[in-house]
Write a protein that binds this ligand. Sequence first.
Ligand code: URA
Length: 240
Amino acid sequence: MERLQKMIQKAGICSRRKAEELIKEGKVMVNDKVVTEMGVQVESQDEIRVDGKLLMNEELVYYVLNKPTGYVSTTSDNLGRRTIMDLMHVKERVFPIGRLDYDTSGVLLLTNDGDFMNSLIHPKFKVEKEYHVKVKGLIRKEESSRLQKGMDLGDFKTAPAKIFDVEYDDPKENSYVKVIITEGKYHQVKRMFEQIGHPVIKLRRHRFGVVTTEGLAQGDFRLLKPHEIKQLWNMSRYGK
Ligand code: URA
């Protein structure tokens, strides 16, 4: 037996708080009856509908997609752009863990496990994300050390980032940089480099925790291996 809002959250549809709102608004049905009181206990055989849609009691699955640029990482887009769901030909209803911008490529994790998703995107859990970045101009030591110290982006202060393998291109116009951050604020990497005067030209997420896209062509996906799932759980819980 589990509380209704918890069951909805676990299905990966939304947060527990949002589930409570949906219940209060009369949008949740259990076995064809609208439930508006909080804390009702349900079990896996109960038929739960949210906004008329049946909650599936599916097996939990975990995927990594090598996201190409030119796709939004939401499940639908009101501008009619291609979404990652055009690439994810799977029978389960999966959701992305965090977002990558339309013009960002690389590692995107997807799952139907709401607990797993919430623990990986929660700011208090520090999972490393490594980005490979091409930026305009030549990055100097003093500039990269600002990122390494942590910087004020106006609405929040970033934790110290790791910067390494800085290289310049041949005509010495742009730089290639590798950066590791543990947060995932909106446009974070772009805003960090913008602030030191080096706008991002190209951005690729190379790694999320232990997971990379090694061996995966752009647009392809695979199931995570059991050790990868375990390491991500451990990282989100214990930071290692
Ligand atoms: N930071 C960004 O600016 N964009 C992304 O897509 C990911 C991280």
